[in-house]
Write a protein that binds this ligand. Structure first.
Ligand SMILES: NC(=O)c1ccc[n+]([C@@H]2O[C@H](COP(=O)([O-])OP(=O)(O)OC[C@H]3O[C@@H](n4cnc5c(N)ncnc54)[C@H](O)[C@@H]3O)[C@@H](O)[C@H]2O)c1
Length: 255
């Protein structure tokens, strides 16, 4: 991936940080965009410590001006853009669907679904002008099978999967592949915080995965970078489940 420019939206922690470092390990230059300046700058420091080149840009994935600025920085600083992981998301508090406020629904959608659309809207023209490339949007198994008490998040992630398939077709003959990665539980971000606060849920969360554990952020990052690489040159419009066997596990038989 040397001579390629990669962008990670939400690269300031967890899976996004691991993805930035995985791109660097493949030789790419990496732009880290995040709403959290401290996290983003820390990722950039780790990129540089790993011998990589890159840039941090403060950006809210739900804000059009910020998203356009990231794309402008990619063009201005590195002359183009080839690979993107749209990784950031915002979930709402866990609660029954009728208890969710209209504001909570809108805030979740603004980043988790509309944000991914906004990103692609402004990233696609630059990727095409740069000679083509690949986008991986990070969805979730919640977007495939639903998630009780996470109606907004599950609906948004389902939207990300279908949006990605749609854009994959629109750009299939224009040199840009578009896929999603659908993780199960990742030992990062909201999940790590939740399990620390509610240790009684830990066992149940681990057991939901056939492999009996959560993913390391690096395991999801590797799937993202693979889908961006030339090794995945005939893969587009795919949702790649990276879930330690959540989707195939039987809840009846306890192995
Ligand atoms: N953690 C899990 O168990 C899990 C499971 C399935 C899917 N996912 C998905 O994987 C992705 C990464 O999750 P994670 O747990 O590694 O994340 P994380 O919480 O560790 O990191 C997310 C990063 O995104 C940034 N961010 C948040 N809102 C942003 C915004 N509006 N604009 C720009 N940056 C923003 C945060 O500052 C943070 O640096 C998300 O899309 C999430 O929905 C996570």
């Amino acid at each position: 991936m040397s001579a390629k420019v990669a962008l990670v939206m939400g690269g300031g922690a967890g899976t996004g940080r691991a993805t930035a470092l995985a791109f660097v390990a493949e030789g790419a230059t990496v732009i880290v965009a995040d709403v959290n300046e401290d996290g983003g700058r820390e990722t950039l420091a780790q990129v540089k410590a790993a011998g990589g080149h890159g840039l941090f840009v403060r950006a809210d994935m739900g804000n059009s001006g910020d998203v356009q600025n990231v794309v402008a920085q990619a063009l201005g600083m590195f002359g183009g853009l080839h690979m993107v992981s749209n990784n950031a998301a915002l979930s709402a508090t866990s609660k029954p669907v009728t208890d969710l406020s209209e504001d909570e629904w809108d805030r979740c959608m603004a980043v988790t679904l509309r944000g991914v659309w906004l990103c692609m809207k402004y990233q696609l023209p630059l990727i095409e002008a740069s000679g083509g490339g690949a986008i991986v949007n990070v969805a979730s198994v919640s977007g495939i099978r639903g998630e009780a008490f996470q109606s907004a998040y599950a609906a948004a992630k389902g939207g990300v999967i279908n949006l990605s398939k749609t854009v994959a077709v629109e750009y299939a003959k224009r040199g840009i592949r578009v896929n999603t990665v659908c993780p199960g539980g990742i030992n990062s971000g909201g999940m790590a915080f939740y399990l620390e606060k509610m240790p009684e849920m830990r066992d149940r969360a681990f057991k939901a995965h056939a492999m009996g554990r959560l993913a390391k952020p690096e395991e999801v990052a590797d799937a993202v970078v693979y889908l961006c690489s030339d090794r995945a040159s005939f893969i587009t419009g795919h949702d790649l489940v990276v879930d330690g066997g959540i989707m195939v596990r039987s809840n009846v038989i306890d192995l």
